[in-house]
Design a protein. Sequence first.
Length: 264
Amino acid sequence: MKKYSIGEVSNRLGLSRDTLRFYEKKGIIQPEKQKNGYRTYTYEDIKKLSSIMFYRRLNFSIEDIGRILYKSSFPSYCSMIQEKIAEEKLQVEKHRQSLIHLTHLQKHYKNVEKFLNRYDLRPMPPYYQMPDNHFINQTGIADLCYICQEYRIQDHGADRGKEFFMIAEDTASIMKLKQALNSYPLLKQDRCVYTVVASDSLVLESQAVLNAADWARKHGFHSMGLAYSSHLLSCAFKDIAKENQDIKADTPIHYMEVYLPLQE
């Protein structure tokens, strides 16, 4: 029977010599040791290594591969495959959700880039309002929620009103939470003045709300006397810091979006 050196096996399978030695150390491959200390592999060893590579591609652990090759029965093998299918489905769902959330993060960045200290007319997307954090703690979704601050515009200025947690309706849909959130009020507005404000504080200054209301008046719109603000990003973008002289260059910058609902 033809014998293969570790170098030949390494070249044939694209595995490093360290990997081959690791598999030997773990006991899932047993090359023959010659008197001179060199290891030789048979064709059966190469076939076994190909199987190991295949199972590694499927994210099986070394321990599981060892059980598959040497200790499993047909029923236990089928059970391991079913467990791996369930694990992979869970990972696919997690990656799907992560991709969608990353896309939302990219959208936030573009909003900062395009609408920082500028104004736009757009609807306010629907958000579920949560008056307390009981449901948030129960479901472990704190990282997906926003803290929204409501402002009431008066003759003398803009006063901060209530503060509440909220989660976007599309995020709730992605996370399969819509049914559980049906009892919570849905906040949405058909037409708003929209802007993004940079600050070294997480609390929006009332002047930013008044500026949005002033822009609306100058363009012939009438506000509903309310505004909503939520935190988008916290970053240390030096170019933005230069534009905002009141913010130190080494200070984290908080970006907040503002929606000013308009009357029809």
